[in-house]
Ligand binder design. Structure first.
Ligand SMILES: [Zn+2]
Ligand SMILES: [Zn+2]
Length: 276
């Protein structure tokens, strides 16, 4: 028998990501502290019934939602904020709602709840504390008043979350560099978009610098973010009109295969929750 090998203990995952809904009909994800059950919601563009059903399917206790983070004011991310905060209040939860001042100013959905909830402002670079979890806000590039992604951290674990961005900003690339779970936008396939029914101005908007990341851009981004910690990448905000759920998963999986990386590639769906 040789000397005992000093293997670091395997740490149980600290954070879980639950994508309850993802896509232009409505977005809502939950970051859960696996040890405490405490949750942060990212965006709510779905009904409270859909949120509750998603929580049940994912094994989340909705009464443990301590914060709601708003990425930007587009209604597919905000139209359920009122029903969410009122519904959670009935369950005894009164989460703090976080938005940037510009997003607050541009969102009728946020203004409609501002007197009923604890609404706090954040700016790019801020770290928001939600129980033991820290959410670091970074700027994205989108046709909104302001837009953000988040890096969630807890005891060395890291989950990166970024949707609704036309390009990858420098601060996004930096924030997402050592994640165990990556949720990154893979909105459209350029070929399907080009040949699809949308008017030219809308096609240009979607593919532009302030639109959405394509499958190919998402795969390029993933290739720059591969690290030993990475276990799972989830393609997000997949378009029902300009994409096919198979394509972003294959594009992300191809990068992992090419690099011999053992991480899994998944996609988030519009109406079927995914937990990782
Ligand atoms: Zn969106
Ligand atoms: Zn948007």
């Amino acid at each position: 028998m040789g000397e005992p090998v000093n293997i670091p203990p395997i740490q149980p995952p600290r954070l879980r990501l639950h994508v309850i809904a993802s896509g232009s009909k409505g977005n809502c994800s939950v970051i859960e502290d696996a040890a405490t059950g405490e949750c942060a919601v990212v965006d709510c563009g779905i009904s409270f019934n859909a949120f509750r059903a998603g929580c049940e399917e994912c094994g989340i206790d909705p009464s443990r939602v301590g914060a709601v983070l708003v990425t930007h004011e587009h209604t597919d991310h905000t139209k359920g904020l009122g029903v969410l905060t009122r519904g959670l209040a009935r369950l005894g939860a009164s989460p703090v709602v976080y938005a940037s001042p510009a997003v607050h100013g541009a969102s009728a959905d946020l203004q409609a709840i501002q007197d009923a909830v604890d609404l706090r402002h954040f700016s790019a670079g801020d770290d928001i504390s939600i129980g033991r979890v820290r959410a670091h806000a970074f700027r994205t590039s989108h046709d909104a008043a302001e837009s953000f992604g988040f890096l969630f951290g807890c005891e060395g674990d890291a989950v990166g979350f970024m949707t609704d961005t036309g390009v990858v900003t420098g601060e996004a690339a930096e924030a997402l560099s050592r994640c165990r779970i990556l949720a990154i936008e893979a909105n459209h396939d350029l070929e399907i978009l080009a040949h699809g029914p949308y008017p030219a101005f809308l096609k240009a908007r979607i593919a532009g610098e302030h639109g959405h990341l394509s499958n190919a851009q998402s795969a390029d981004l993933l290739s720059t973010l591969l690290c030993d910690e990475l276990e799972c990448v989830v393609g997000m905000h997949v378009s029902l009109n300009n994409n096919d759920y198979r394509l972003p998963r294959e594009a992300l999986a191809a990068v992992l295969e090419r690099e011999g990386h053992p991480a899994r590639a998944l996609v988030g769906f519009q109406s079927r929750p995914v937990s990782v």
